[in-house]
Design a binder for this molecule. Sequence first.
Ligand SMILES: NC(=O)C1=CN([C@@H]2O[C@H](COP(=O)(O)OP(=O)(O)OC[C@H]3O[C@@H](n4cnc5c(N)ncnc54)[C@H](O)[C@@H]3O)[C@@H](O)[C@H]2O)C=CC1
Ligand SMILES: O=C(O)C1=N[C@H](C(=O)O)C[C@H](O)C1
Length: 269
Amino acid sequence: MGELPGIVVTGASGRMGQMLIRTVLESDKARLVGCLERPGHDWIGRDVGTAMGGAEVGVTVTDDALEAFARAQAVLDFTAPAATVEFAKLAAQARAVHVIGTTGLAPEDIEKIGKAAHHAPIVRAGNMSLGVNLLVRLTRQVATALDADFDIEIVEAHHRHKVDAPSGTALMLGAAAAEGRGVDLDTVSDRGRDGITGARERGHIGFSAVRGGDVVGEHEVIFYGAGERIALRHMATDRALFARGALKAALWAQDQAPGEYDMMDVLGL
Ligand SMILES: NC(=O)C1=CN([C@@H]2O[C@H](COP(=O)(O)OP(=O)(O)OC[C@H]3O[C@@H](n4cnc5c(N)ncnc54)[C@H](O)[C@@H]3O)[C@@H](O)[C@H]2O)C=CC1
Ligand SMILES: O=C(O)C1=N[C@H](C(=O)O)C[C@H](O)C1
C-alpha cells in the first residue's frame, strides 16, 4: 500500500484551521504534512500541536506556501479571499488538490480560481456539510414546483466574528432557488432592507443575516404563500462537520482530472 495523501492546512490558528488539523490528525486516510499561517503570525516556527495547546505532532507552522504545497497532495483552505486566490495559484503550480471553504469571494476572485483549476482539481463550496448540500437540492426542487405567488426569503445566523454577509451558504441557497425558478439571482436579490423600502417585489429573493455569540451556522429558506408557508432549515452545531466534508473532498479529488468541482460532485447529489 502507498503512502497516505499528505495534507496542508492553511489558516492553522483559525476556527476552521484548528478543526481541520484535528480532523486530519485523527484520520487513518490522510496525514498532516504542513500548516500555514499568515506572515508575522506568532504561530510561525512553532509545532502546531503545542501551538494548539496539546502534544507535539512534528509539523511546524510556516508562511512559505509553495514549499509546503510542494510536499502535499491536497491543501485544505478556509482563510480569506485574498489568501485563497494566491493559494489557488500556488497549489496549481504544485499540482496539489485545492479544497476551498473560504467565502466572501468576489466574481474576479472566482475567475482567477477558475484559471488555476486548469492545472489541478479545485473543490470549492460555501458549505461542506452533507445536510446543507441536501438542503440546496431541496430548495431548488421546491422553487421549481412553486411559482412567484410564493415569496422566497433566506435567513442565516452566524457567530459574532463572521466577516461576510450573506453567508456563502445563503448565496448557494439563493442560487438554487433562482435556478429552480428559472431566474437570474443577481436581478432578483433583495439584500439588507432598511428604511422606506416599498412593498416587497413579486419574484424577489430576500436575504437576512443575523450575527451573534457563538452560532456555528443556521440557514432557513422560507416560501411564504397565501395561507401557508414552507420552511426548509439546517442547523450546524459543530464545525467538525465542515472539516470532515473538506477532508472527504480532498480524498475524492485525488482521482479527478484538473477542473472545478463542488460538494455536489463529491457527495454525488
Ligand atoms: N465552506 C464551509 O463549509 C465553511 C466555510 N467557512 C469559511 O472559512 C473562512 C474562515 O473561517 P474561520 O475559520 O471562522 O475564520 P478565522 O478568522 O477563525 O480563520 C481564518 C484564518 O486564516 C488565516 N489567514 C488569513 N490570511 C492568511 C494568509 N495569507 N496565509 C495564511 N493564513 C491566513 C488567519 O490568520 C486566520 O487564522 C471564512 O471565509 C468562513 O466563511 C467556515 C466554516 C465552514
Ligand atoms: O463563517 C462561518 O463560520 C461559516 N461560513 C460558511 C458560510 O459562509 O456559509 C459556512 C458555515 O455556515 C459557517
